[in-house]
Design a protein around this ligand. Structure first.
Ligand code: GLU
Ligand code: MG
Length: 459
């Protein structure tokens, strides 16, 4: 994220916010949209007039903490963070280093916030995804390790159509097997628009293209420090949804919106550097150019893969993407060199570009939590000097432990993996599992289109 330039004052001080307020006003910006991530990765926020920005300097903007323990249907858990103790406050404390000016929201600036709870010392909330990721980068930093990440996000753009199931159809209906750009498959030039707008926001998107299915796109992000990469991915998803909504369209990052069409992945590239930025996954002396440290990190990710699934594939829908034939998404925890059917691919770049790519996740994953969980798993591999099993070469790759095939199985795996759960955060893990079990219970009560179609005529 671009850093706010006028930092003659201590970051976050009242003087800093006053200076920021003056600068934004001088640019014709009169509204600030303060955004933070809930557990689902959905952007929650408040809008404030720029003249009130200095209020960001104290404990931040108050809001009801229950929004951090609420499912996507709007149902809060009955826990101390909500009804269990009188619906207490939380506070969004603005991080002035996250200023971004959107082209798509006139006279508005975006700022991200960290979430504190209402305690006497305004402790950072143990359910703040941004804080949970920072916890992991700090654990690594204490060992002299610095996490670098680059997300790839796939998504569909949908157009309203009363005749289509659910009222939405693919924005472009031509399936292409991917890597096409231009007007034939993107008649309203939305991909160039998204790339330009995201660039203007400082999101450092690298490239984009249409994916396999009509209306499905992928936009890749330039790698950066893990928290910065997650901030950019979070704002990217928000911006894409906003830009689409302003045109009467819908953007969705859900893993498998259409049964017969390609799923949408959220691949994550990861590496570790030293304090000077030297890539520690690289070892030119190793036969494959990958260091022992990189392999230990990879082994940790594979060992915790069943539990990771709950965070990387966090919906009932996600498992339909994984189960689909030719999905280029894995069903077992394995790794391979430049093999897109493996759970972890080691792309061919070496030296400074040496990295792993975790391919299982879909776009419904919360990037903060996805990267936090992968770093916690990789660090466990490093701490225990784990060595990965042999790489797989066959296609599709079926070697390795089977992944959970349903959200329920994935949540059980996360509950059983005490090492990973404790490393990410015990209270977070309890709440996340409870929230997702509530979602699952609602799904299990729902009568689906499939059931009606399958049973109603003959039975
Ligand atoms: N769409 C595929 C997925 O769901 C990935 C295709 C690709 O490798 O870009 O993961
Ligand atoms: Mg792709």
């Amino acid at each position: 994220m671009p850093c706010h330039p006028s930092s003659a004052y201590p970051s976050g001080s009242p003087e800093h916010f006053a200076a920021l307020s003056d600068e934004l006003s001088a640019q014709g910006i009169d509204l600030v949209r303060v955004l933070w991530s809930d557990l689902h990765g959905v952007a929650r926020g408040k809008e404030i007039h720029v003249s009130e920005l200095s209020h960001g300097a104290g404990h931040g903007l108050s809001f009801c903490q229950a929004v951090m323990v609420t499912d996507l249907g709007g149902n809060p858990l009955d826990v101390p963070e909500s009804s269990g103790s009188g619906w207490p406050d939380a506070h969004a404390r603005i991080d002035p280093g996250t200023l971004a000016i959107p082209g798509h929201a006139p006279a508005t600036a975006y700022l991200l916030a960290d979430i504190t709870a209402t305690t006497h010392d305004h402790a950072l909330l143990h359910l703040d995804p941004r804080r949970l990721l920072r916890n992991q980068t700090e654990r690594l930093a204490r060992r002299g390790l610095h996490a670098v990440a680059a997300p790839e996000l796939e998504f569909y753009l949908l157009a309203p159509d009363a005749a289509a199931p659910h009222g939405w159809r693919q924005y472009s209906e031509h399936d292409t097997a991917g890597y096409v750009v231009g007007s034939s498959y993107d008649p309203d030039a939305l991909l160039p628009l998204l790339i330009r707008e995201c660039h203007a926001l400082g999101l450092r998107v690298q490239s984009g293209n249409q994916e396999f299915s009509g209306g499905q796109f992928e936009i890749n992000h330039v790698h950066g420090p893990a928290l910065d990469a997650a901030d950019r991915a979070f704002l990217f998803k928000y911006a894409v949804k906003e830009i689409a909504a302003r045109r009467g369209l819908r953007a969705t990052f859900m893993g498998k919106p259409f049964q017969e069409k390609s799923g949408s992945g959220h691949h994550v590239h990861l590496s570790l550097t030293d304090a000077d930025g030297a890539n520690l996954f690289a070892d030119p002396a190793a036969e494959d150019g990958v260091s022992v440290l990189g392999k230990a990190f990879l082994a940790g990710v594979l060992e915790h893969a069943p539990a990771l699934t709950a965070l990387l594939n966090p919906t009932v829908n996600a498992y339909k993407r994984l189960a689909a034939a030719d999905s280029l998404a894995p069903t077992t925890a394995n790794w391979g060199y430049d093999n897109r059917t493996a759970y972890v691919r080691i792309p061919p770049d070496r030296g400074p570009g040496t990295r792993i790519e975790v391919r299982v996740g879909d776009g419904a994953g919360n990037t903060y939590l996805v990267i936090a969980a992968l770093l916690a798993a990789g660090l466990d591999g490093i701490e225990r000097d784990l060595v990965p099993p042999h790489s797989v070469t066959e296609e599709p790759c079926l070697g390795g432990a089977p992944l959970p095939s349903s959200l329920g199985g994935a949540l059980s795996a996360l509950e059983e993996d005490k090492v990973l759960g404790d490393a990410i955060g015990r209270r977070f893990t309890e709440v996340f599992v409870a929230l997702k079990r509530q979602e699952l219970a609602r799904f299990e009560r729902a009568v689906t289109d499939w059931e009606f179609h399958e049973y109603s005529r003959m039975l």
